[in-house]
Write a new protein. Structure first.
Ligand SMILES: Cc1cc2nc3c(=O)[nH]c(=O)nc-3n(C[C@H](O)[C@H](O)[C@H](O)COP(=O)(O)OP(=O)(O)OC[C@H]3O[C@@H](n4cnc5c(N)ncnc54)[C@H](O)[C@@H]3O)c2cc1C
Ligand SMILES: Cc1cc2nc3c(=O)[nH]c(=O)nc-3n(C[C@H](O)[C@H](O)[C@H](O)COP(=O)(O)O)c2cc1C
Ligand code: FES
Lengths: 266, 304
């Protein structure tokens, strides 16, 4: 965990409302693992007051990539950054995906939930590990990769304007049908409704699945106790959340095994 | 040499006036990769209760203009675990450590404090949290009642010789009255303020932004409220006052000292920058030189 002044190298729109920010941050880039995040100080003034957490979307040498969507004040400021801008980062934070080399990875991302999925995708490409990438969006405009099932990339759209017509869960189920016999492992990140659907489905079907979740954060490294999420905790209180009912997204997550979380299905 | 040390009692001299506030710096070890805590004037721990507390359901925090709302619900490891796993590290630090304690009955406060005393380790003292707005029982119940404040302080005073400061709530009609009750009960100092009762509501969904509805506001947004409280408290008592609320710069430290504080605590700003306390204390001598003061103490109460 470092506090590092990063320098923006590129900041550009890659799909409707979705941006990619590349920054030089050698110390964080050298240690970041897929699934981890950074906490960004978006402004030197006191508004917005808190840092903004963003998943690492990829690492290239000294560079760190982020993929973000404009929501409010913080991300609007981020959109204005030009190359050369200095940005204070805290990271890498949290713990990332637990990858099992014996299994076929099936990655599912929706919206900006693509960021931590993209990092894992690049990591798996780097070690030449065959895998599937399922990306969900409402329509074609929100996609920035090409539908390429022959190479394991399946795009889905809710309106059928590109790729597979259906939700990310429908896309995941179709990949599962095609790979019935391979032991697999599912990694998902996206909007709450998508995670809920995928979590509920995989827990019921007893499929190994990890979800990267989001919660409002104060600090990003365990000192505020603000980012709790309801979870099934078996250990005693010698853990970052201090208690038995909750886990901290910033320390215990943001990646959780789906069956550890309390999703609406139970 | 500009003197930034602070004498809180004959036994207790802080190397500088900047402490971290309870609940905003964990147990002092979480940020040790990021900041040398020994350069701080002191650390106040997360409030400890008799039993571990899991805290409130999410969402526990929300952001407001230059502030934040929280209802953590005093999530903490409990006194037994604290004494075993956290206190030995804290006792080894070269900065003043204040253990914050909370309870839902007077007996509970006394039991927590006595348990910590039995651990028999070296640390500066206690901060008694009688002002948490986020728990149903105890906490603020004590902090809004002068008689209860006096009695609780007396009972704790009997249980320890260490430095003891009482943390006051701004959510009262006359904070000076409560401060005086703490002084009469034998407190060595008072700290002010804890969070200000607040709330936010999502206009579209109608949901409370923080799960409990009512919660506590902190950060630069409350600095004027805190400054006024410290000013009133300093008029009311002759024991040292520790100012807390919205401090984000060395200038703010001087503001609180001019209002009558001996030292300050930094809370919410630690989330933004865990190194802020060290940075602020390092900048103080330069600021004092600019003001033309040889020591921080010279400026205490100096307002016109
Ligand atoms: C671990 C983690 C990883 C994330 N990764 C990404 C990512 O890769 N790309 C991306 O676009 N977004 C990501 N987010 C969400 C991102 O943090 C919010 O979109 C961003 O903070 C919005 O800030 P804003 O000022 O633009 O919007 P605001 O108007 O301030 O807030 C809009 C919403 O964003 C969320 N939010 C605001 N502040 C925080 C905060 N301090 N902590 C958590 N949530 C907050 C809240 O739900 C809020 O209602 C991630 C969040 C978490 C917790
Ligand atoms: C998330 C959070 C948790 C807190 N927990 C405690 C606590 O356990 N005990 C306590 O006495 N004060 C607690 N406080 C209050 C702070 O110590 C401080 O009094 C208050 O936040 C005002 O200072 P600030 O504006 O610098 O944050 C907490 C504040 C926040 C924001
Ligand atoms: S964000 Fe502060 S504890 Fe997780």
């Amino acid at each position: 965990m470092y506090i590092e002044d990063a320098i923006v190298s590129e900041n550009k729109a890659i799909a409707e409302g979705i941006y990619r920010l590349d920054l030089s941050a050698p110390r964080i880039a050298a240690t970041a693992q897929p699934g981890q995040f950074v906490n960004i100080l978006v402004h030197d003034d006191l508004i917005p007051l808190l840092r903004r957490p963003m998943s690492v979307a990829g690492v290239n040498g000294d560079n760190l990539a982020l993929i973000y969507k404009i929501f409010g004040a913080g991300t609007t400021i981020m959109e204005s950054w030009a190359s050369g801008q200095r940005v204070n980062l805290l990271g890498p934070l949290g713990h990332g995906w637990e990858y099992d080399s014996e299994r076929l990875p099936i990655l599912v991302g929706g919206g900006v939930g693509l960021a931590p999925i993209n990092f894992l995708h690049e990591y798996l490409l780097g070690i030449s590990k065959e895998h599937w990438l399922v990306i969900g969006a409402r329509s074609k405009k929100e996609h920035f990769l090409a539908h390429d099932p022959a190479n394991g990339i399946l795009l889905t759209t809710d309106d059928g304007s590109a790729g597979f017509h259906g939700t990310a869960l429908d896309g995941l189920q179709s990949v599962l049908r095609e790979n019935k016999n391979a032991p697999h492992q599912i990694f998902a990140c996206g909007p709450p409704a998508m995670l809920e659907a995928i979590g509920t489905y995989t827990v019921k079907a007893a499929l190994p699945c990890q979800l990267a979740v989001e919660e409002m954060m104060g600090c990003g490294f365990g000192i505020c106790q603000g980012c709790s999420i309801e979870a099934k905790v078996d250990a005693d209180n010698d853990q970052p959340s201090y208690g038995k009912r909750f886990k901290l997204v910033c320390m215990d997550g943001p990646v959780f095994h789906a069956d550890q979380l309390v999703l609406n299905h139970d | 040499m500009i003197d930034v040390t602070v004498k809180l009692s004959d036994q207790l001299i802080l190397k500088n006036p900047v402490l971290t506030a309870s609940g905003t710096f964990g147990y002092g070890d979480e940020g040790r990769d990021l900041v040398d805590v020994n350069q701080l004037g002191g650390i106040v721990t997360k409030s400890i209760t008799l039993h571990p507390r899991e805290g409130h359901p999410p969402p526990r925090i929300a952001e407001t203009a230059a502030g934040m709302l929280n209802a953590i619900g005093l999530a903490n490891v409990g006194v037994e675990h604290f004494c075993r796993e956290k206190l030995p590290y804290l006792a080894g630090l070269e900065t003043a450590v204040f253990v914050s304690i909370a309870g839902s009955t007077m007996d509970e406060y006394v039991e927590v404090l006595s348990t910590i005393e039995q651990a028999n380790l070296g640390f500066a003292g206690y901060e008694i949290n009688i002002s948490c707005p986020n728990v149903k029982k105890g906490g603020m119940e004590f902090g809004v009642d002068a008689n209860m404040t006096r009695e609780l302080t007396q009972r704790l005073r009997e249980a320890t010789d260490r430095f003891m400061m009482i943390k006051l709530s701004p959510n009262v009609t006359d904070i000076g009255l409560i401060a005086r009750a703490a002084e009469q009960g034998g407190a060595d100092a008072v700290s002010a303020i804890n969070t200000v009762v607040g709330m936010d509501i999502d206009p579209v969904t109608g949901n409370f932004k923080v799960s409990t509805g009512l919660c506590g506001l902190s950060g630069p947004a409350i600095r004027p409220v805190a400054l006024a409280a410290v000013y009133r408290v300093a008029q009311a008592v002759s024991i040292p006052v520790i100012g807390v609320g919205g401090i984000s710069a060395a200038e703010d430290v001087v503001r609180f000292v001019r209002a009558g504080a001996h030292a300050v605590q930094i809370g919410t700003l630690n989330y933004r920058d865990p190194g802020i306390g060290v940075k602020i204390s390092a900048r103080l001598p330069e600021l004092l030189r600019k003001i033309g003061a040889g020591s921080l103490g010279e400026l205490r109460g100096l307002v016109n």
